[in-house]
Design a binder for this molecule. Sequence first.
Ligand code: PEP
Ligand code: MN
Length: 367
Amino acid sequence: MIIVMKSGSPSAEIEQVSEQIRRWNITAEKCVGQHKVVIGLVGDTAEIDTRQIQNLSPFIEQVIRIKKPFKRASLEFRCGEPSHVVVPTPNGSVTFSQNYPVVVVAGPCSVENEQMIVETAQVVKAAGAQFLRGGAYKPRTSPYAFQGHGESALELLAKAREVTGLGIITEVMDTSDLDKVAEVADVVQIGARNMQNFSLLKKVGAQGKPVLLKRGLSATIEDWLMAAEYILAAGNPNVILCERGIRTFDRQYTRNTLDISAIPVLRSLTHLPIMTDPSHAIGFSEFVPTLAMAAIAAGTDSLMIEVHPNPAKALSDGPQSLTLEGFEQLMQDLAPLGKFFGRWSQNYSTAKSSKLTSPQTFKSVAL
Ligand code: PEP
Ligand code: MN
């Protein structure tokens, strides 16, 4: 349930309404929007009659019952305005939000050694990425596959951060590793397979670093938003949702299916920023640029791209990883589209001439 206060309501009146709500053992969270103040109610509101609330103050404009099971993640809860996840990095603060430049996150699936992670970081930074993403703890289908170098890989990520000033995003798989991971990471990633690991969600919700929540392999949009709700309810307001493809029936030509429709649908449901990961969605590097363009056109706030100096030798996810040159080319190709939608940072490199990876994609866009 939300209480929309009339614009210009005195703050003492807003406080008094919130106080009364709390007396009913219901949490009242104030959201100050550009034009209005909304008080979001979380708790057992089923028994409360909306007229009972309306009578609390003549400054109440409207009382609206949120029927959806996610409350804090809902757009209504934040006055219908997008939230800004602002992440401090050595190179300056980066904002993930609607109407901001698309934030580019790039890096290898796994941190393999110092040379490859530092080289990758330098190249992706020069091409315009703001975050380096690399796995220290890897969720693998087979227990015999490379599991990540763990703590020593975290040290290498810290080194790459020091050298380039890029923000670091890396995955936490186990609650017992959270402190170590959060010490190095600027954004803590929850992978698709852990999207409904509720103890992990509560833990990342109780710490201070922003959280990147990847969509579960077969998660509905509601499952996903309810997982985000766990993190928000535990006190962490900085959640970024990442669409990374869902399981469908084709495993031969596509690894997963990028649910492009999730982007506008989420936009209508939630204030949380949206990232798109075309690499895990499609599973093959040759198609990554086309999906990245589609994601920008659909309104994504951020892109995550897997990049490796030598994909053929990668310890994980080689087939979907762009080469360093491939990533530079992608950034050149995305620039006109990003600018067309008003979502491209002035700071992204445009020094090299653009050689389009998929010319057909551009034909339909009037530039
Ligand atoms: C990853 O980001 O490298 C990863 C394992 O992704 P996902 O959790 O989406 O499968
Ligand atoms: Mn990967």
